[in-house]
Design a protein. Structure first.
Length: 156
């Protein structure tokens, strides 16, 4: 707080006096030490060799069915010590297969959708009673399309 209230000439004289007494050089050394100490360092794990990354990419592209565990195992057999997670990170990302758009879906299923829109409960076929051997009786519940029947045993 005091330094802000002083004039520039007072500060200049103080700096001159500090340099003369050797404290200025101490401050410069202190500043240089902490500048060196707080410089940007390499943090984290050391980078993987580019040859190893190229090998992982080559193996993954040549064998599309191999995943990271298999490639990791093959690298261990070759004597290359690298983690499975690193292998997974180095593998190229495979694009997802394109999915159907709404327009394509509607074009493919327009006949089914139209028939469902016009289907009413009164149009459903009546369930047929079927008498299999055994106790009770079974009622056939037809599927909406009428192709499959589901049998339900009901107590007599």
């Amino acid at each position: 707080m005091r330094a802000t209230l002083r004039t520039r000439t007072d500060l200049a004289l103080e700096n001159l006096a500090l340099r003369h007494h050797g404290l200025g050089t101490h401050r410069q050394g202190f500043r240089a030490f902490w500048t060196w100490k707080s410089r940007r360092k390499r943090t984290g794990r050391p980078p993987v060799a580019s040859e190893l990354a190229d090998l992982v990419r080559t193996m993954a592209l040549a064998n599309p069915l191999w995943g990271a565990p298999r490639i990791h195992g093959e690298l261990l057999k070759l004597g290359l010590d690298v983690s499975q997670r690193t292998v997974a990170r180095l593998m190229p990302r495979r694009p997802k297969p394109p999915s159907q758009t709404w327009r394509t879906f509607l074009q493919n299923h327009v006949a089914d959708l139209v028939s469902v829109d016009f289907f009413m409960a009164k149009d459903a076929p009546e369930p047929r009673a079927v008498e299999p051997p055994g106790h009770g009786h079974v009622v056939a519940l037809p599927h909406v399309g009428g192709l499959h029947h589901r049998y339900v045993r009901r107590a007599a």
